[in-house]
Design a protein around this ligand. Structure first.
Ligand SMILES: Nc1nc2c(ncn2[C@@H]2O[C@H](COP(=O)(O)OP(=O)(O)OP(=O)(O)O)[C@@H](O)[C@H]2O)c(=O)[nH]1
Ligand SMILES: [Mg+2]
Length: 600
């Protein structure tokens, strides 16, 4: 019988996970040469365009070790960007070990620390390796020592690989086989009652939901009557198989293995990641599941035409099957009609989801500015979570406001420290701890309001450090907040999509910025259009855009001045009338432009 080794590759963003996976796939002959391409596991268009991994991707390899034994290696490639860390945490529940990569040109970075902590929490065996050792700027020995110090091991235990040249691939495979334990239960008979943990899905119109499963007991096979434990829904397994990395049918999927089951289920809300799959008549208790991730930012998504509301709902439900960190609920807003309030794990996540809705479902959308949630207690004693700024109560009705905080970890070169300290100050951060690495870099821990972290902090950090600093964060419980709602009025009409909540000390600055920005992106109307910001019951900023003058006299030639005057008079009157009942049509791209600016 073949041994099984299940492992994930985890690392900071861009440290070479997917490229290393290519070499493992090549070395084990998993993917034929003609189908091989760079970062082959990044199969989504968006992943390839942006050069980042967004979704975890399992793949099964077969490997004959140097001792002659045969192994099944189940690898799960994971994303490095913090917005997709839920993918990493789920992947870790399906494996016994991780390859922790650290780029030898960069050293340990913020996400190295968070992914390591997550792997340790799952009691995964850690196989550390430095990557990109072919690069001219590689500092192999130094970074090996740094990683060894972090793990409390000797530098000799740290491997060295290059995804570019393939150097170290063999040694890595051997280390995985030797160090990662055989999954528990893999040697028990397949007569035990089958039980598996659902860690992901895919969906197709003719096969319904396909669950991605880590089998913990017994064996699953085609034709079995199975049951989703959480919802009680029963179905017949239409197909059982493994990832090669595309779906490949198999007779059975046994304890210790990773694979998929085609369910045929097409209803929404039946399957959930973290749920246990078992026999319909099974008696074993469910396996421990996953914690649902807490959304970090919220934004509303509206179809450009209300006719598309149903399509948008279907698209969101479909998307949630392949992205279980997405949450949404229906809402309505005066100007934009009906749409959905969506929760995201960060601004990149928001961008990827809206892009996928447009591309994969052909929808035209209006997206409101992203915001965080606040807990508001009103003078009437009501305590409510508000995640739509337009629903923020009037300041007179508020007793107290609480907002989420974040614990941030930053790793930065020493030369950027003074600029960083200034930046932290501007964003209301309180530094709690600093530590100096052997190469002089500084690891700094601070706490700050999530609102301030989302206010362009990432971009500014990149700027002050010329890209050398890295950051990760985790949410902390709410603390008291001093924030104010700022409304935006266009031609005296409130546009709820532009309403925002800002720190009291920044009201004036923010109001002016938004009004000026809107004035430059809003197309000119046929009448003078006032743009105003209102906070605490008064107008705090205002800007008028001049009218577009339609050429009503153009067809007149010759010198009939009085006739020309008459026409212009008429135009003026018409504009007055229009102004009185002005309804400014705000095009979709204006909303998008305001969204993109909101984090600056
Ligand atoms: N010189 C050199 N470059 C590498 C190596 N491995 C990866 N790269 C480059 O580093 C960049 C990131 O590589 P990926 O493999 O996509 O990194 P990743 O860790 O999968 O990135 P995310 O999934 O987005 O976190 C790409 O431009 C690769 O070409 C290597 O061994 N040597
Ligand atoms: Mg990748």
């Amino acid at each position: 019988m073949k041994g099984i080794r299940n492992f994930s590759i985890i690392a900071h963003i861009d440290h070479g996970k997917s490229t290393l996976a290519d070499r493992l796939l090549e070395r084990t002959g998993t993917i034929p040469e003609r189908l091989m391409r760079a970062q082959v596991l990044d199969s989504m268009d968006l992943e390839r365009e942006r050069g980042i991994t967004i979704k975890m991707q399992p793949v099964r390899m077969e490997y004959r070790a140097l001792d002659g034994n045969e192994y099944i290696l189940n690898l799960i490639d994971t994303p490095g960007h913090i917005d997709f860390s839920y993918e990493v945490s789920r992947a870790l529940k399906a494996v016994e070990g991780v390859v922790l990569l650290v780029d030898s040109t960069q050293g340990v970075q913020a996400q190295t620390l968070t992914t390591l902590a997550a792997a340790r929490a799952q009691r995964c065996t850690i196989v550390p390796a430095v990557s990109k050792i072919d690069a001219p700027a590689a500092r192999v020995d130094e970074v090996k020592a740094e990683l060894a110090a972090l793990l409390g091991i000797s530098p000799e235990e740290v491997l060295a690989v290059s995804g570019k040249t393939g150097a170290g691939t063999e040694e890595l495979l051997e280390a995985i086989v030797r160090r990662v334990p055989e999954p528990r239960g893999a040697d028990t008979t397949s007569l035990a009652e089958p039980r598996g943990l659902i860690f992901d899905f895919s969906y197709s119109t003719h096969r319904g939901i396909t669950v991605f499963l880590r089998v913990f007991d017994g064996a699953f096979a085609k034709g079995q009557t199975l049951r989703f434990r959480a919802t009680g829904k029963e179905f017949t397994a239409l197909e059982v198989g493994i990832f090669a990395p595309d779906e490949r049918p198999r007779e059975a999927l046994s304890a210790g293995e990773i694979g998929y089951i085609v369910t045929g289920v097409k209803e929404a809300g039946i399957a959930a990641v973290g749920d246990t799959l078992g026999l319909a008549k099974g008696v074993l208790p469910p396996l421990p599941g996953f914690e649902r991730p807490r959304p970090v930012v919220w934004a509303s998504v509206y179809p450009e035409g209300q006719d598309d509301l149903i399509q948008l709902r279907q698209a969101l439900e479909r998307l949630r099957l392949s992205d279980s960190s997405l949450s949404f609920e229906e809402e309505s807003s005066g100007v934009l009609g009906r749409g959905f309030r969506c929760g995201f794990l960060g601004l990149l996540h928001l961008e990827i989801v809206t892009e996928r809705l447009k591309r994969e479902f052909g929808l035209s959308l209006v997206v409101t500015i992203p915001t965080i949630s606040y807990v508001v207690t009103t003078t009437k004693g009501m305590r409510e979570v508000i995640y739509t700024p337009a629903k923020f109560p009037d300041h007179g009705d508020i007793l107290q406001i609480e907002e989420p905080w974040a614990n941030v970890t930053i790793i930065t070169p020493p030369s950027t420290l003074s600029a960083l300290v200034q930046l932290l100050y501007e964003h209301e951060a309180q530094t709690t701890q600093t530590e100096t690495y052997a190469d002089g870099r500084i690891e700094l821990t601070a706490q700050m309001p999530l609102r301030e972290l989302m206010r362009g902090f990432f971009d500014k950090l990149k700027n002050v450090s010329s890209g050398y600093a890295s950051l990760s964060y985790e949410l902390l419980p709410e603390r008291l907040a001093d924030v104010v709602r700022v409304d935006i009025l266009v031609a005296d009409e409130l546009v709820p999509a532009f309403t925002r909540v800002v720190a009291r000390r920044r009201v004036q600055e923010e109001a002016e910025k938004v009004v000026e920005r809107l004035a430059t992106v809003l197309p000119r109307q046929l009448f003078v259009t006032k743009i105003q910001a209102r906070a605490l019951g008064r107008i705090v900023a205002s800007h008028s855009i001049s009218a577009m003058r339609k050429d009503v006299t153009g067809y007149l030639y010759g010198g009939d001045v009085s006739r020309k005057k008459k026409l212009l008079e008429k135009q003026k009157k018409g504009k007055k009338k229009m102004q009185a009942r002005a309804k400014v049509d705000i095009p979709e791209d204006v909303f998008m432009k305001m969204v993109r600016d909101s984090d600056r």
